[in-house]
Design a protein around this ligand. Structure first.
Ligand SMILES: NC(=O)c1ccc[n+]([C@@H]2O[C@H](COP(=O)([O-])OP(=O)(O)OC[C@H]3O[C@@H](n4cnc5c(N)ncnc54)[C@H](OP(=O)(O)O)[C@@H]3O)[C@@H](O)[C@H]2O)c1
Length: 328
């Protein structure tokens, strides 16, 4: 089959399409003919040699797919050849065929095409896990989402709104309309505005209940300043750096703040299956009714994987970058 291959520690131009061996479905796995996959920052880090795939995972990039079941392993009970599925994988999505565990696959909602379905798994599962499982967000609360136009950010805005909470975001100015269109009530230009001042202004000095953060180091003190009592800070990445100097921890104590770090790919299969099941029952109908929608920012052909990586590296996307693989 054709797949995107690369030399370890290469730049985006090192991504090439080549022939590799087809994968085979064992036991509870299904072999999917891939219609589309989507980009994640983890793909860039893996290509650069900064993020190894978990043990046993395909070395091929790609953490999510949509497509059609081609073959099922001997113990599979849920799916049959021809079913349209999408879901999260530990690797292997940038290829004509990929393997997914039967319990990690979800049925594509009837209202969505393959490109839209491929844009869901990583960002919606991450946003759902952060907001529902970790922060236990309730209706009437308020949330600050950093990088609001990112893949995870665009999913998170919609889930916060569906829960009945208020969303504020930070994002580059040119991405504000995308965030406001999805349900954010205010967008802050973090390049020209001091976001804690704006959050105090918007919340009458109370602060927000939850923050979803990808920037880490340079935002940590400001995030603590923005949180109300019993606030929850969910840290998902360290795009701005990983260190903080001179910080008075008593602010966390006095406001009873919870600081939670989280990952998805490194979680056990059992955890990921529980999350996928819980998310499916919460979200799949909402995609059909339009209450939630995948945000596809840009579509590239699989042969253009290098261009797609450069597009993400330049922070040009709002929502997901999708790669079309097979015409199905
Ligand atoms: N822990 C987990 O479970 C988990 C799961 C999925 C993803 N992630 C991580 O979460 C992050 C977001 O993922 P994604 O796929 O949603 O990303 P994405 O769609 O590529 O969006 C990232 C956006 O973040 C903003 N940004 C980048 N560097 C920044 C900086 N130094 N300061 C402020 N803003 C910055 C940019 O938007 P602006 O133009 O608005 O600045 C950029 O477009 C990534 O680092 C990813 O690896 C973590």
């Amino acid at each position: 089959m054709k797949a995107i291959v690369y030399e370890d520690r290469c730049g985006a131009d090192g991504l090439k399409i080549n022939n590799v061996e087809n994968p085979a479905a064992h036991k509870n796995e299904i072999l999917v003919k891939v219609a589309a996959t989507a980009l994640n920052r983890a793909d860039i880090l893996q290509r650069e040699g900064k993020y190894s795939p978990p043990q046993g995972a395909s070395p091929i990039l790609g953490l999510e797919i949509s497509g059609v079941v081609e073959e099922v392993g001997q113990d599979v009970t849920k799916w049959q050849r021809g079913d349209k599925v999408f879901g999260l994988l530990p690797g292997g999505g940038y290829a004509e065929y990929a393997i997914i565990h039967e319990d990690m696959a979800m049925k594509i909602p009837r209202s969505l095409n393959f490109w839209e379905a491929a844009a869901i798994p990583e960002v919606f599962l991450t946003a759902y896990q952060s907001l529902v499982w970790h922060s236990k967000l309730k209706a009437g609360e308020s949330v600050l989402i950093h990088a609001g136009a990112s893949g995870v950010g665009t999913a998170a805005i919609q889930i916060v709104k569906a829960i009945g909470a208020t969303v504020f975001v930070t994002a580059s100015k040119e991405k504000h309309d995308a965030c406001l269109g999805l349900g954010a009530v205010k967008a802050i230009d973090y390049k020209t505005e001091n976001f804690p001042d704006k959050i105090k202004e918007y919340t009458g000095n109370k602060g927000v209940n939850v923050i979803i953060d990808f920037i880490a180091g340079p935002y940590f003190k400001k995030n603590i300043e923005c949180l109300n009592e019993d606030g929850r800070l969910i840290i998902l990445a360290s795009l701005g750096g990983g260190t903080v100097d001179e910080f008075d921890l008593r602010q966390i104590l006095s406001k009873r703040i919870s600081v939670i770090g989280s990952t998805l790919r490194s979680r056990s299969l059992d955890y990921q299956i529980r999350l996928t099941k819980d998310f499916s029952s919460y979200a799949l109908d909402k995609f059909n009714t339009g209450k939630l929608r995948p945000v596809v920012g840009k579509i590239f052909k699989i042969e253009e994987a290098a261009e797609a990586h450069k597009y993400m590296e330049a922070n040009k996307n709002s929502g997901k970058i999708v790669l079309k693989v097979n015409d199905l």
